[in-house]
Write a protein that binds this ligand. Structure first.
Ligand code: GAP
Length: 452
């Protein structure tokens, strides 16, 4: 029935759409693929760039937050100090029968192999998740370096460099986006748990004693952030870490969880890391890492409130939340039909506008190419001339393009184009001369049906 809407309830539907439309491909697919590594295609790379751009802006538009971009390879003692060499391990069991390996806490039934169902599992042994490699031409233990398992340490070791050069007073934060690597025992659920991924982390340095107040403020701010991009509120919640769940560095921790088709899972962690990291780096480097507070004349090691989001997980949540199937009239025939829409917030949409000439006649092509070139100066626009108009609208709906601009024969007379809106499917006639400004205004004021 017209108006009926169905949201995403199985991951495979999304995986297929992502492959079919060029969002995400299996890494090294022509060689049979490599487990838990994924490549972003033309639309995926635009979506990911938007996820990162919006996060970066939300942090660095504040006067009290600045950015860094630290190296992936760091001095190996960093990971000794941070606790990752000794503590960043998961309990691994192996099935003696089929040789599959699992994290103990990922077993669907205690003591039973997830793959063959037999009960011949080995005793758990701790497995360190850091990838090792060698620096320089000699492959011996003295040359071992790690691929960073979190971006945070690049911020901690640069605390003083940043504080002094940016002349920041506490409280202030340092933001960073970058790759992290974990040799996960049980990766899976598409881009949810992978071995190579990107993090968007911000460490906020505060005076000891004020840490819980800042923790609460960041917790609320980060949940509102997702809501501001239209994530359906019923798909977001907090999960508080209990005593046994807390990471080795954390004093308090909350996850922001998203309701994926495979259940509630973490997309971001907000952690009170106390002075754990800076104190450890003081100890292992032998260098003082202290802050001198001019007003109170006190010296102290700052406490850290961390907001740590996964870029790939945010992207997966964005896609999951945006996906909907709707029964609507077909725009070619008028008959009821199911359309697939990615109802992205326009700031996240990989393509903002598509220009569709009604026919391949040169006079229409000339206009539509000109409009597309003009729009492309400001945002990603696509030119699409293949198939009926209704089919082209559907193609753009499926990748979440907020606006389609149709150039028809009347355009030659009245110098106007038809603008069709993704969510309402309503159309309006707009003058070509002001089209770029019109789309920019529409994007700014956009309130699609799902985002109300
Ligand atoms: N610096 C703190 C830290 O790294 P975490 O909870 O281990 O904390 C933070 O990771 C975020 O990084 C997670 O909320 C998740 O979004 C992302 N993340 C962690 N492991 C991941 C993996 N294997 N694949 C994809 N994203 C991952």
């Amino acid at each position: 029935m017209s108006g009926q809407t169905r949201y995403l309830n199985d991951l495979q539907t999304l995986v297929s759409l992502c492959k079919r439309r060029g969002f995400v491909f299996q890494s090294s697919e022509i060689y049979g693929g490599i487990n838990a590594c994924w490549d972003y295609g033309p639309l995926g790379v635009e979506l990911k760039a938007n996820v990162k751009k919006l996060w970066w802006k939300s942090m660095t538009k504040r006067q009290d937050i600045v950015g860094v971009d630290a190296a992936i390879l760091m001095h190996p003692t960093v990971w000794k100090a941070s606790g990752h060499v000794d503590g960043f391990s998961d309990p691994l069991v192996e099935c003696k029968d089929c040789k599959s390996r699992f994290r103990v806490d990922h077993l669907k039934e205690a003591g039973k192999c997830n793959n063959c169902g037999k009960t011949s599992l080995s005793e758990p042994r701790m497995f360190n998740l850091m990838f090792k490699t060698f620096m320089g031409p000699v492959e011996d233990s003295a040359a071992v370096v790690y691929l960073r398992p979190e971006t945070a340490q690049g911020i901690f070791v640069n605390f003083e460099n940043v504080q002094v050069t940016a002349r920041k007073k506490i409280p202030f934060g340092i933001a960073q986006i970058g790759k992290a690597f974990r040799n996960e025992i049980t990766p899976g659920n598409f881009i949810f748990r992978t071995r190579e991924f990107e993090q968007m982390e911000m460490q906020y340095f505060v005076k000891p004693g004020t840490d819980m107040e800042h923790f609460e403020t960041w917790k609320a701010a980060r949940k509102s952030y997702y809501e501001s991009f239209g994530f359906r509120p019923e798909n977001l919640r907090f999960h508080q870490h209990g005593e046994g769940e807390l990471a080795h560095y954390a004093r308090a921790a909350f996850d922001i969880e998203y309701k994926f088709p495979f259940g509630w899972q973490e997309i971001e962690g907000i952690h009170n890391r106390s002075d754990f990291d800076l104190t450890q780096h003081q100890k292992f480097s032998g260098k003082k890492i202290e802050y001198f507070d001019e007003s109170s004349k006190e010296k102290f090691v700052p406490f850290v409130i961390e907001t740590s989001a996964g870029c790939d997980r945010t992207l997966l949540a964005t896609l999951s939340d945006a996906y909907r199937e709707e029964v609507v009239p077909d725009e070619d025939t008028g008959k009821e039909d199911v359309r697939v829409v990615l109802g992205f917030h326009p700031e996240l949409a990989p393509v903002k506008a598509a220009v569709l000439p009604l026919s391949k006649k040169p006079e229409l092509q000339e206009i539509s190419n000109r409009i597309c070139a003009e729009l492309s100066e400001d945002f990603v626009a696509q030119h699409d001339e293949a198939g009926s108009i209704g089919k082209r609208y559907r193609r753009q709906d499926e990748v979440g393009t907020p606006f389609c601009l149709t150039v028809d024969f009347q355009s030659l007379e009245d110098q106007c184009v038809t603008v069709r809106h993704r969510d309402t499917m309503k159309q309006s006639r707009v003058s070509m001369s002001g089209i770029s400004t019109y789309i920019k205004e529409q994007l700014k004021n956009f309130r699609g049906e799902v985002w109300k």
